[in-house]
Design a protein around this ligand. Sequence first.
Ligand code: TYD
Length: 335
Amino acid sequence: MRLLVTGGLGFIGSNFVRHILSSRRDVSVVNLDLCTYAGNPANLADVEGDRRYKLVKGDIADPKAAARAMKGADAVVNFAAETHVDRSILDASAFLRTNVIGAQVLLDAALRAKVGRFLHVGTDEVYGSVAEGFSTEGDRLEPNSPYAASKAAADLVARSYFVTHGAPVIVTRASNNFGPYQFPEKALPLMITNWLGGEPFPLYGDGRQVRDWLYVVDHARAIALVLEKAEPGQIYNVGGTYSCDNRELVGRVRALMGVSQELVLPVPDRPGHDRRYALDCAKIKALGYRPAYDFEQALKATIDWYRANERWWRPLKKHAGFKSYYRRQYASRLA
Ligand code: TYD
């Protein structure tokens, strides 16, 4: 099977590419990636020499690039997206362009090329904050951040291409991913790398926001399963094995790293901060999905990975673009 993966140099995309190439000898991958700040060639340095893997630099929102990359593809998995909520609050334009227009351009290219399957990778944030209970795939979409709104819009565009054009679209909605190669702007890698450098972790608001934690390798396994077994037109929630609030998360990572409470710095809250995400995953379980990694073990493995891979994350944090984002995002909060 020839797979077109978009955004394969990102965190989740690169973990998926590594997983599919090592678990399926019959799969080859073309990776269409714009190589933005988060699309890092180092994320897939270990598969560069694999003959079944090819990187194409390009933008999913560019019809020519999308059509070229689509040639000969049997299936598409669309990971390409701007993903960081805080950045979407500072400036939403790249989120709308890549996440919405990009999805539409890619869907058009897939339709024209008569691709057999189009898996669009989404997020639990499209459901908005759920005070109690668990979101099911048919629930209303009530996105609260510009990021979540852009992802919800893309889900709806994907749905319309299935209903109107018969495009073989499947949507997955995952909870908070964590694991190796996550860009150090997201909460967990920011926490781990700040602490490895002796810096505080800025904890937003009261720290009582609840997230469901999904190990990225389990997410990659779930996507491979959905790609193989799901019916077009369906949506699947993909959750992890552990859910907790940010205070508990901070406490667990502090204990594993031997860091004192002084390195947790309460800062003003994120505007529009969702209190809780929670997914009902009965549908993907019925397809045969079972997470394989225990949360505590996966968390420990993630910390160990960041400890062992300073050469991967230090340059990212030293980069002028990251420094200027960090100042904009945190300077007034840390002052
Ligand atoms: P994040 O990794 O940005 O994921 P999302 O907002 O998409 O769930 O944040 C996870 C949680 O951690 C979220 O409740 C916000 C919180 N958080 C902080 O408290 N401080 C930070 O510096 C960041 C980046 C996040």
